[in-house]
Design a protein around this ligand. Sequence first.
Ligand SMILES: Cc1cc2nc3c(=O)[nH]c(=O)nc-3n(C[C@H](O)[C@H](O)[C@H](O)COP(=O)(O)O)c2cc1C
Ligand code: SF4
Length: 513
Amino acid sequence: MTTTVYIPGDAGALSIGAGAVAQAITAEAQRRGARIALVRNGSRGAYWLEPLVEVVTSGGRQAYGPVTPAEVPALFAADFLNGGAHPLALGLTESLPWLKGQQRLTFERVGVIDPVSVADYVKHGGYQGLKRALSMAPGDIVQAITASGLRGRGGAAFPTGIKWQTVLEQTAAQKYITCNADEGDSGTFADRMLMEGDPLELIEGMTIAGLAVGATQGYIYLRAEYPHAHAALQAAIAAANAAGYLGADVAGAGKRFDVEVRLGAGAYICGEETSMLESLEGRRGEVRVRPPLPAVKGLFGQPTVVNNVVTLASVPWILAHGAQAYAQFGMGKSRGTLPIQLAGNIRRGGLVERAFGLTLRELLYDYGGGSATGKPIRAVQVGGPLGAYIPAAQFDTALDYEALAGIGAMLGHGGIVVFDDTVDMARMARYAMEFCAIESCGKCTPCRIGSTRGMEVIDRILAGVDGERNVRLLEELCETMVHGSLCGLGGMAPFPVQSALKYFREDFRARVG
Ligand SMILES: Cc1cc2nc3c(=O)[nH]c(=O)nc-3n(C[C@H](O)[C@H](O)[C@H](O)COP(=O)(O)O)c2cc1C
Ligand code: SF4
């Protein structure tokens, strides 16, 4: 009998030894004459349990973790191929409390399937959305996305249906679907996990977007630092082409759609949509002045959809299950689910997909288990390097676009970086300015010059030089950057600084004297 064993090929799992564990299990199985079929799946997102090995038994998928190569002989001795008892045994994967409490729609197959097998994808509900879309008029597909309430998961939370409608309304010989897979925010990894664990879902989402707006060509602008995602996407695109789900005759419906991957240029600003388009066209990533919007005049001057990986990957579920089913999840104007990424100083880091509305506290303590150091959590930065620092007093805020905006923060791409009470928030404020200075595209003065001056001013505060005056100067500089910058980098880089000054003033005061 052949036993199927799942060991993630996900970059996060590989970074902590999943590759060596796969080798050790293959070698030990050979030595013992045990027949196994090894599948390199995506990660389930419980990173503290990686490398997480799953074995298919008659009772279901049994999980063991975190497994090290040294543990492998003992696992075989304990008959883990039949779900045998062992200190690393975690029981049925689907019963793990971390996973059980989640509402996985977009990530429903991540960690479950063989990422590059069309047959496995279809077996687990894949391509149902496309099937449905092929029976609908373009305007009705757009209408379904609008009715679902889906908003862009890349950061700006712009309604996806409105964006698609604008592209649909344009008359042009060529339109494009571009997927923003630059994922530059600190503490974020949902796009990477999705592309490594279920790349066909993204490809299906792009294909549906193409049908909806009348585009025949898609490009995935992928962060160059994601070689595993690159390999998974290339394999999945080839598999989808071979199975007739991409190319000249999508699913036999006589419609064309092609997808190609383009590697990013390694700059944070290339994730800003107009810089991304510049970079896709082969130029230096620099922000374009809007209008015109990309939806009207985007890639190569043609109407272009720019959407984040998670946004596009949410589309197949919406089409397959209906807009109303998706809209039932969430709160207020934040509908559906959000794959939240827990990182930094947290005991149980990883990916949690839940409907909008759970609180930061639930996330940090129920899922995250508190800080990794065991010290009190003092602050979290939500929404990447341009997001505000949120103090513990506000941990009861719901994860919802409007609720976070209400406290001067933003949800962004759903990345949460955790800090314990040893963090020096004045230094974190300096880091925000330094990040902006390094990553500024240089097109506008408030950002290009302001971020460097901001760093210098914070350095003076840190050195205890003329503290009160420099804090006031820093506050004015932040205002100038927020209101005078051309794009979100310079416009939002002050947010972490302002929040540090507002909620953690004592860290500055210590220097001001
Ligand atoms: C400085 C900066 C960096 C950005 N980086 C990314 C990124 O890495 N990935 C992404 O999807 N969106 C990023 N965005 C947001 C994009 O400009 C754009 O809003 C998004 O790709 C649109 O897709 P969505 O509507 O599906 O979110 C960034 C924005 C700014 C201002
Ligand atoms: S705010 Fe910064 S990154 Fe954005 S256009 Fe201006 S200089 Fe470039």
